[in-house]
Structure formats: C-alpha cells, structure tokens
Design a binder for this molecule. Structure first.
Ligand code: SF4
Length: 165
C-alpha cells in the first residue's frame, strides 16, 4: 500500500478503498500494531532515501519504493537527470519529513527487525496457524509440530468419523 495512504491514515484522514480495507484485514499485524512497532525504531535517516533509486517501467523515478502517486516522483526520465541531482531532489522532498515524523520510513523497512519478528511470530502462533512464517530468521517457513497424542487423537477421529477428544 502506498505511503500516501499510510500517511493519510496516521494524519487522521484515512482514504482507504474497500479493497485496501480487505487487504488490511488479512495482514498478520494490524496497521496500527505495525506502526506502533515501527515508531520504536526512531531511525534518524531513511535508508530508502539515502541508498535506493527507484526507476519505474516508463523511466520515471519515484521518490522511493513506498510512493505510488506520480506527484511524488522526482523525475519523468532517469536518463535526463544525473545521480547527484536525483539525490538532491530526494533530500529536498517535502514528503520525507512528514513520513519520518510518523516513523513511516521505519515502517517501510520493518524496523526494529527483532520486534517485527517477535510480534508477527507470536500472533501467528496465537491464531493457531499450522505454518508460521518468519520475516528475517531462516528458514522462513516453520511447521508447528503437534504432540504425538494429539496427532493420534486426530487420526482416530478421522478413522471413526467423530470429533477428536
Ligand atoms: S522518508 Fe519516507 S517518503 Fe522519504 S524516501 Fe524515506 S520512506 Fe520514502
């Protein structure tokens, strides 16, 4: 989801479409839970601003990979602007200070990584998912092991077509 919509949400003027809301309802962490975690990081700079250049399919350059609205693009043609100028345009963007004041640059980078990992793993386990995914720790997919007695009960229940004990 684009930074513009997240920024509108944290500014108290949400503009989510019904499809956006349906997507948000499927995430492991709610948007507000995720934002609360990101706001712990308080990174003084933005990695996306300093270290990445986003060139779109048509040659335009976005401020960063989180923005979708063309008003937040910094060039319509990456070949016509040198890298230093692109960097200066990013640094001069009025969107970045707003974004950083709400911790959205850390939200975009899933920072602090350990807190995202802990909270998202805990919620998956609590929801009873058989498979739990981790964002950073490898392997990324873990199968929850059932106790042998529970597996036996489930197998018996299947065979005799009744509910497990
Ligand atoms: S501060 Fe926000 S809008 Fe600016 S580059 Fe970083 S993530 Fe993108």
């Amino acid at each position: 989801m684009g930074m513009e919509k997240i920024l509108a949400h944290v500014s108290g003027r949400p503009k989510f479409s019904p499809m956006d809301l349906a997507t948000l309802n499927r995430t492991v962490l709610s948007l507000d839970e995720a934002l609360a975690i990101a706001q712990q990081a308080k990174s003084p700079t933005c990695y996306l601003q300093s270290n990445q250049t986003v060139i779109n399919h048509d040659g335009s350059v976005a401020l960063c990979c989180t923005v979708y609205d063309p008003v937040n693009f910094i060039s319509s043609d990456f070949l016509s602007v040198d890298r230093e100028d692109l960097q200066n345009r990013k640094k001069g963007s009025s969107l970045c200070p707003q974004c950083m004041s709400h911790g959205l640059h850390d939200y975009a980078m899933y920072k602090p990584n350990d807190q995202w990992e802990e909270a998202s793993t805990r919620k998956q386990v609590e929801s009873g998912q058989q498979y739990v995914t981790t964002m950073f720790a490898k392997p990324h997919i873990h199968q929850k092991r059932e106790s042998k007695i529970k597996m036996l009960r489930n197998n018996i229940a299947k065979i005799i077509n009744t509910k497990p004990l």
